[in-house]
Design a protein around this ligand. Structure first.
Ligand code: NAI
Length: 482
């Protein structure tokens, strides 16, 4: 392989800018940097070939270089068509010691504004290892589960001896996936089965990807062990909540620069992401209304001081609508038809099916116009305009730069420790879905205390005995909910 061709990014000349931001981010990611130091000598990921599918941002660059510093070989793609930061991708391709004329970095296939065909091509490139015995990785690090899905679908078709029928596609994206599988399966190479045989496991970043893994476990189709990184406390109770508290309004501001104070904002879903989003909008002085299906989360929202009602009740009154559910069909075209002039509609959940974009495009006489990339007006025949962010895809990464470094240091420290667990202890993780052991979860939190000047109280032995824990933890049983 010509190493110089083994990547695809938007513009290598952005590498210097990317490197500067990576250097700033490293200081804000004490968890990752401490792990680099701790494992520098042991090299626990030596021999690991990690395929990553996760938003190619500056923070992810620090994760990638941490995995490499621990001995891993890495190939990377983004897990969303709009989420790549092109300067971060360029810096990864060039590497700390390379130049744009002589790139020496890590194979990365990601740029901002991929088509769906390009997106799945990039995922395929990240999964294709020219120098490996199986042609593939032996570890996956996933966000949303697209890389894992591709491998599982490929194996399923190969096992059944079937060829995907492209005409059965249920959506544009499904068609692209079926075409890719068709191309890679009809050559008879058993590519996916061979590739899957050596995969020791996957570590999954987000709620939506974790749902997919538990479904496969339930159906008996899961092919290798998985660590559910999302449900590490130091992930979902921090990244999903405090990360979105930061990056939701960042996305709205960069996209529209509309004053949020005094406006009425609707947050659909009051899980971890919804909690952060509601707080973020309230912090700007918006009147926040929550919708929920779960009585527990609805009651939480009410006790946190938010009005909780149905979308129907507020559809023609609110100014900003944000979906955070990880569910589908939350805001339909018929809902958007009822909104106020210049209402803002955005999604921060993982996939773009929370807002009915396909239905919106089919409204007779509707006109879509680009204000700037990832910001579109949709004009209804009566002249009413709504503003849709990132075409319904996660707006904090499409319209802004996602979560900031410090919170991602927690998530990515969890990811790194999860990779080490699965790669170095295959015997302890038979095929199934696991969460990170609590002592590692607590370790990740601990690595972030000094930077914030936190002084932790030390448990005395008799106190530890009294509450039934060890002096150094774990401090809570697994069922504790934080
Ligand atoms: P969660 O499961 O904690 O929360 C989702 C909430 O939506 C639940 O409380 C559920 O009851 C509610 N819900 C479901 N259907 C609903 C409906 N029809 N109407 C109103 N509420 C409904 O999940 P979490 O962790 O909050 O994640 C939500 C989504 O955000 C997932 O897709 C996840 O992958 C994604 N995510 C995105 C991030 C980003 O940076 N954009 C960061 C972390 C997660």
């Amino acid at each position: 392989v010509d190493n110089r061709q083994d990547f695809k990014v938007a513009d290598l000349s952005l590498a210097e800018f990317g490197r500067k931001e990576i250097t700033l981010a490293e200081h804000e990611m004490p968890g990752l940097m401490a792990i680099r130091k701790e494992y520098a000598e042991a090299q626990p990921l030596a021999g690991a070939r990690i395929t990553g599918s996760l938003h190619m941002t500056v923070q992810t660059a620090v994760l990638i270089e941490t995995l490499a510093a621990l001995g891993a070989q890495v190939r990377w793609a983004s897990c969303n068509i709009f989420s790549t930061q092109d300067h971060a991708a360029a810096a990864i391709a060039v590497g700390p010691n390379g130049t744009p004329d002589n790139p020496q970095g890590i194979p990365v296939f990601a740029w901002k504004g991929e088509t769906l065909e390009e997106y799945w091509w990039c995922t395929e490139q990240a999964l294709t290892w020219p120098d490996s015995p199986t042609g593939g990785p032996n570890m996956i690090l996933d966000d949303g589960g697209d890389a894992t899905l591709l491998v599982h679908k490929g194996v399923e078709y190969e096992k059944d001896g079937k060829v995907p029928d492209v005409d059965t596609a249920e959506s544009d994206e499904h068609r692209v996936i079926l075409e890719l599988l068709h191309r890679t399966i009809t050559d008879g190479s058993q590519k996916w089965t061979q590739l899957a045989s050596e995969i020791r496991g996957v570590t999954e970043e987000t709620t939506t990807g974790v749902h997919r893994l538990y479904e496969m476990q339930r159906d008996g189709t899961l092919l290798f062990p998985a660590i559910n990184v999302n449900d590490a406390v130091t992930k979902s109770k921090f990244d999903n909540k405090y990360g979105c508290r930061h990056s939701l309004i960042d996305g709205i501001n960069r996209a529209t620069d509309v004053l949020i104070g005094g406006k009425t904002a609707v947050v659909c879903g009051y899980g971890d992401v919804g909690k952060g989003c509601a707080e973020s909008l309230r912090g700007q002085g918006a009147r926040v209304i929550v919708t929920e299906i779960d009585p527990i989360c609805a009651l939480q929202a009410a006790m946190d001081g938010y009005q909780v009602t149905t979308l129907d009740e507020v559809i023609d009154k609110a100014d900003i609508f944000i979906t955070t559910t990880g569910n589908k069909d939350i805001i339909m075209a018929s809902d958007m038809a009822k909104m106020k002039h210049q209402a803002i509609v955005g999604n921060i959940g993982h996939f773009d099916n929370e807002i009915d974009m396909a239905g919106l495009a089919k409204v007779p006489g509707i006109v879509k116009d680009e204000v700037k990339p990832q910001v579109h007006t949709w004009t209804f025949p009566d002249g009413k305009v709504i503003i849709v962010l990132s075409e319904g895809r996660l707006l904090n990464l499409g319209n802004a730069t996602g979560h900031p470094s410090f919170v991602m240091s927690n998530s990515f420290a969890d990811q790194t420790l999860a990779q080490i667990e699965l790669f170095t202890k295959p015997d302890e993780y038979p095929t199934g879905v696991y969460t990170l052991p609590k002592h590692l979860d607590e370790k990740v939190a601990r690595l972030h205390l000094d930077a914030l000047g936190v002084k932790l109280t030390k448990l005395r032995p008799e106190q530890a005995a009294y509450i039934g824990v060890e002096v150094d933890g774990p401090f809570k049983p697994d069922h504790y909910r934080y």
